[in-house]
Ligand binder design. Structure first.
Ligand code: ZN
Length: 263
């Protein structure tokens, strides 16, 4: 961390995360140029054409854009804790914590993980939390066909119904990436897309304090917080969740599940 080059690289990485739609737009334009236009043909029109491709793709990766279908990225009131990529061996400790604190949350589960931890899925529902669909195998849906997109979602709907007798009403695209046809696949299954307001990037394991401060800096009413309870050890997330719940309770925030809001 003391090495200036590493410091600079970390700053660039953080900037890319904060502004990833712009980084994505520029990256697409440059990539397009190098793929389709040999050097002498790189005119201003070629650049504009490539930037247009980037502009059409940008709403696929920007969680706040509604170009390719409506997506919930903020609630009218309260604060929603959401956990993606589980269930995992860390989920029970998180459920214990939520139970102690009397807080309800929303879990966007991956089908492959549901197969490994069916009892945890049942407990999520028994504890009064909401289950959401996070696809069967967590693919990048921007490069999935409409048929594969639908199968990814449908399989998890069936798994959850068999395990709990309920079907999710919300889904969250892996990485937040959508395509122009994800909305129609989700509509056919009665699923509404939910993204997030605040992404403290707990998956980077930046330290408990960093996860807490990134979240608190962005707090406001109606915020949907994106956290993770799977795909890697989530001890930092659990401790950060403990501290966040205490801090937000002190500020009189009311914790809600996504389906409890009228947003
Ligand atoms: Zn995910």
């Amino acid at each position: 961390m003391n090495d200036p080059l590493t410091g600079q690289l970390l700053k660039i990485r953080d900037w890319t995360y904060e502004n990833y739609h712009w980084a994505y737009l520029a990256g697409t334009a440059v990539l397009c140029q190098s793929l389709f236009f040999p050097d002498p043909a790189r005119t201003i029109y070629a650049w504009l054409g490539c930037a247009l491709v980037g502009a059409l793709l940008e709403p696929c990766v920007n969680p706040y854009r509604q170009v390719y279908g409506a997506a919930l990225s903020r609630l009218p009131a309260g604060v929603a804790l959401t956990f993606d990529d589980g269930p995992s061996e860390d989920t029970p400790a998180l459920l214990d914590l939520l139970q102690e604190e009397g807080v309800k949350a929303t879990f966007f589960v991956i089908g492959r993980q549901v197969e490994k931890y069916p009892e945890v899925v049942r407990r999520i529902v028994a504890d009064g939390h909401q289950l959401g669909n996070h696809t069967y195998s967590h693919p990048n849906l921007m490069i999935c066909t409409p048929g594969r997109t639908r199968r990814e979602l449908e399989r998890v709907q069936q798994q959850i119904q068999e395990l709990t007798g309920q079907k999710p009403t919300f889904w969250r695209p892996p990485f937040g990436f959508r395509s122009p046809w994800t909305q129609s696949a989700a509509d056919q299954l009665g699923l509404r897309a939910a993204l997030w307001t605040v992404n403290p990037r707990d998956f980077q394991d930046p330290g408990v304090e960093v996860i807490v401060s990134r979240t608190l800096e962005a707090m406001d009413k109606g915020v949907i917080i994106l956290l993770h309870d799977g795909l890697a050890s989530r001890s930092q997330t659990i401790e950060a969740t403990r501290q966040l719940i205490r801090r937000l309770k002190e500020k009189n925030y009311l914790f809600v599940r996504l389906d409890e809001s009228n947003g």
